[in-house]
Design a binder for this molecule. Sequence first.
Ligand code: NJP
Length: 271
Amino acid sequence: MGKVWLVTGASRGLGREIARAALAGGETVVATARSADALRDTFGDEHDRLHALALDITDAEATNVVAAEIVERFGAIDVLVNNAGYAELGFFETFTDAEVRRQFEVNVFGTMNVARAVAPHMRARRSGLIVTISSVSGLVSNGGGAVYSASKFAVEGWMEGFAQELEPLGVRSLLVEPGMLRTDFMDGTSARFGSIDIPDYAEAVAQYRAFVDAANGNQPGDPQLLAERIVALASKGEAPSRLVFGDDARQWAGAKVDQLRQDIHQSADRG
Ligand code: NJP
């Protein structure tokens, strides 16, 4: 039967590729997303190694039910891929409070819901791997990405600490920071934009939206390649705790580290 994987946000994009790669590797996959129809379109009929379940990760109760159902049916969850997420794009002041909260509701609190539902089962067996799809935007922030980055910085801070709490109990963690991947991420079917017009930002916002439109569908990162890397790393006893994926991500993260090092060094002279 292989290992049992739970993948969130598996109807499309990176989650779909991870589910496919795990299935190709002989694993049993529970693929989840908000729409059961979308999962059926993506994976076809269920079979003995594929189980598709509708799950909105912002629904904590539903998340607990899904985790319990998987353990009842398959005996365990060996690998959780906490992947579901989306981006609120645009300049900070163009977002309402509700829009910012929606970003955190999915990317932060939804992701926490899934980990909270699954971790007890992994702890009980002193075994398991939690793969968290963060972002290079969880390490570096730029104008236009402040709200999305805030959510992914939160994921980084939470998971970096939580991983250390789980490690002595036999549960491993892999934080993944991709650069720009060719998925629906920048598409109108996933990405959302701030709804408030502010003349001071109008020109910069228009330029930013033009950048997003041009990048949509032309991102350098191949989600299938990343999915295969993740599945390969998960099968190793000693997977690394971090994977920064893509030349773009490594360049941005490296520049951030250099800048931080310089700031820290110069801070010594500043008191
Ligand atoms: O995006 P997309 P990605 N509850 O839009 C699901 C991160 N990332 O694959 O429910 C449950 O193709 C949605 O399913 P549906 C990114 O932040 C990306 O690129 O049917 N599921 C769909 O399956 C995210 O964490 C890039 O709409 C929910 C999936 O999420 C992860 O990669 C760069 C949901 C999104 O598929 C996957 O995103 C980077 C909910 N409430 C990090 N809301 C990039 N692509 O450039 C959404 O650094 N979904």
